[in-house]
Design a protein around this ligand. Structure first.
Ligand SMILES: [Zn+2]
Length: 383
């Protein structure tokens, strides 16, 4: 009488062992009886058919009916049985067993095949398998190097969200309500927010400065942080513009911080990054959140500040001997009002620089788009 799966009433170890033994014995017996391809198909369907095959019945009658706390154990047993059935069905196929792997010695035969394959002579003139190594992206590399200059000065790193509110990106940084940066021409706003008050509207941050506000909200002076990160502007991509780029900003707030500290810090940082012979100079400028503000230029690293090289004008500094690199200033006391610092007690400075601009100078890249196109021929040069 052919084997049938019967309902289990007893889920004890012994009962489960016995049921499994019966099933495996039937499997073995039936697989021995397979002589032809059509025998094998019938055998396969009897055990593995989705509709009413033995495995399906095991699933229905044993696993699904198992008591809740025994499900795990029964599940493991059923999985093991399933694997054994599948393996057995696979092995008993006459066409397979007749050619490649004789029944019963399959494991041994496999070892033999692997051995024979391994002993074949190796052709050392064949090209090898290349496994190209990855490398840091030049922007990340530049960012890490610059950040480590400030870490060595005792600054810590702060990061913030790339999607910001108008409040953190503009209002708290002293941007007046009609400042052109708030225009959609310059800034990428999230759509359909006209019903919200201006300060709550979301946008892609246009600078990393909101991180300074967020840091001051949660930290009392002394504060010394650098904020590296991705920023966005509504610019069409060309050789010098990109809607995505990266900035590093820094902020120091404490008692008695003066413009001298700002100059000394940035002069040191530029020397640490570009080499000790680099000079810096500061030009009056304007930013809404610093007063006074300055642009910082470094002496041209290509011509050594001379303005000419190789018998002609230096193209990098346009023969001026100087390259503009960052913006900075003393934090405007108005900004302290937004973060509850006492402007009579504390003062500080902030600075910011574009990472792509620095990488372009450092590596002599002539198109900012190269950083974002992911072309391996470009990127592998930095490996
Ligand atoms: Zn130059």
């Amino acid at each position: 009488m052919p084997y049938t799966v019967s309902k289990l009433t007893d889920y004890s170890e012994e009962a489960l062992d016995k049921a499994a033994d019966n099933l495996l014995a039937a499997l073995e017996q039936e697989s021995q009886a397979v002589k032809s391809e059509s025998d094998w198909k019938a055998f396969r369907d009897r055990w593995m058919a989705r509709k009413n095959g033995v495995l399906t019945q095991v699933n229905e009658l044993w696993l699904k009916a198992a008591p809740k706390d025994g499900k795990r154990d029964v599940g493991q047993r059923v999985n093991a049985l399933k694997a054994t059935v599948e393996e057995n069905v696979q092995k008993s196929r006459p066409s397979v067993s007749a050619t490649a792997m004789p029944r019963g010695v399959s494991a041994k035969a496999e070892v033999g095949v692997v051995k024979a394959y391994g002993e074949r002579p190796i052709d050392i003139t064949l090209p090898g398998n290349r496994r190209p190594l990855g490398a840091e992206h030049p922007i990340i590399k530049t960012m890490n190097e610059m950040v480590s200059v400030f870490r060595n000065l005792g600054y810590s790193i702060e990061e913030g969200p790339e999607i910001e509110t108008d409040y953190y990106n503009f209002e708290s940084l002293n941007f007046p309500p009609n400042h052109p940066a708030r225009d959609t021409q310059d800034t990428l706003f999230i759509a359909d927010q006209e019903s919200k008050p201006l300060r709550d509207r979301l946008l892609l941050r246009t600078h990393t400065s909101p991180v300074q506000i967020r840091t001051m909200e949660k930290m009392k002076p002394p504060v010394r942080v650098v904020c590296p990160g991705k920023v966005h502007r509504n610019d069409a991509p060309d050789a010098t513009h990109s809607p995505i780029f990266h900035q590093i900003e820094g902020l120091a707030v404490d008692t008695n911080i003066t413009f001298c500290d700002l100059k000394g810090t940035l002069d040191h940082a530029m020397k640490a990054f570009f080499g000790s012979s680099v000079k810096t100079r500061f030009y009056p400028s304007f930013f809404p959140f610093t007063e006074p503000s300055a642009d910082v230029q470094i002496s041209c690293i290509f011509c050594g500040g001379k303005g000419y090289r190789d018998g002609g004008r230096c193209p990098q500094c346009k023969a001026s001997g100087w390259i503009e690199l960052l913006g900075c200033g003393m934090v405007d006391p108005n900004v302290y009002g937004f973060v509850d610092y006492d402007p009579k007690k504390f003062s500080g400075f902030a600075f910011g620089m574009g990472v792509e601009r620095i990488a372009i100078l450092k590596y002599g890249v002539d198109d900012i788009q190269l950083f974002f196109q992911g072309d391996v021929r470009f990127l592998e040069q930095f490996g």
